[in-house]
Design a protein around this ligand. Structure first.
Ligand code: PXL
Length: 282
């Protein structure tokens, strides 16, 4: 049993806190709470917004010493985690930190999810060095599941972005690989390879690029998987969630900077609410 015992599933989230812009911790915390999972944040950086186009001039304060101090305290408390989920890491030093965190806190029952956040649309995000993908590769090698988008898969494998997804899946590290943003003529979707099976999931392509889809997908996947779903079912349910969030976001005016995933949570709450017309029993 993990220490500071709880029957709730507990996940450590090693990811950034971008205050505005809907990504990383501001997405993962509410989604995992919706799944009844205790999400424990370990912020890698504090940012005014995410770093994608549209928010030029953002403020970013990465954490280094703070991460070690928090981790030392957690070690003294003998905290345990059912899952460790890593996302945006600010450089090679934080990749080494995440590897050490896994070494210190993971047991053979802990599920390790690595979202190797580092690029999109064929390019590394601003602020990452050309050596960063190599470091991220070594972290992915410790994972049960990795969730790169096509650009990140290409960077990890040293293949062109338009390489065959099956080739990515063969070359990528980690036990199971879920490659997102895979385009196929007028469709877009996911290519999945687990130790048991290999399949693609595709939907008609929407000519709208929304930031943060990868974070919503990985968070819902984590919630589904920790709630007991098989990887295959967790991927399908996460894909359905993202599609619903895209449709909800398109229906809103001016919401260009991220996915309105809150609407999906609201839809689910409404579906689960007691019928107001049913009588109360005394
Ligand atoms: O959604 C990925 C992501 C996470 N965190 C930060 C980012 C990005 C993508 O741009 O900038 C800070």
């Amino acid at each position: 049993m993990k220490n500071h015992e709880s029957t709730l599933n507990r996940v450590a989230l090693i990811n950034d806190l971008s205050c505005f812009g809907k990504c990383s911790l501001t997405v993962a915390l509410p989604i995992l709470a919706h799944y009844g999972i205790e999400a424990v944040p370990l912020p890698t950086a504090l940012l005014s917004t995410h770093t994608a186009p549209g928010f030029e001039g953002y403020y970013c304060h990465p954490f280094y010493e703070e991460l070690s101090k928090i981790t030392e305290h957690w070690k003294s408390l003998k905290l345990g985690f059912d899952c460790i989920y890593t996302g945006y890491l600010c450089g090679e030093e934080q990749v080494s930190f995440a590897k050490k965190f896994i070494e210190d806190f993971a047991t053979d029952k802990t599920k390790i999810i690595v979202d190797p956040v580092m690029g999109d649309n064929g390019r590394l995000y601003s602020g990452f060095s050309d050596d960063f993908p190599k470091a991220m590769h070594s972290l992915c090698a410790l994972a049960d599941v990795i969730t790169p988008n096509r650009t990140e898969a290409a960077l990890l494998c040293d293949l062109p972005t338009n390489a065959d997804p099956a080739e990515f899946a063969k070359k990528l590290p980690g036990k199971a690989k879920i490659i997102t943003s895979i385009g196929r003529s007028d469709e877009i979707g996911y290519y999945v390879k687990t130790p048991d099976e290999c399949f693609g999931l595709f939907e008609p392509y929407l000519p709208k690029s929304l930031h943060g889809c990868g974070d919503v997908f990985a968070s819902v996947f984590c919630g589904e998987w920790l709630s007991g779903q098989k990887i295959e079912t967790a991927v399908k349910n996460a894909a359905l969630f993202v599609n619903e969030a895209i449709r909800e976001t398109e229906a809103l005016d001016g919401h260009w900077y991220g996915l309105a995933f809150e609407k999906v949570l609201e839809n689910r709450r409404k579906q689960n609410r007691a019928d107001e017309s049913s009588p109360c029993r005394r």
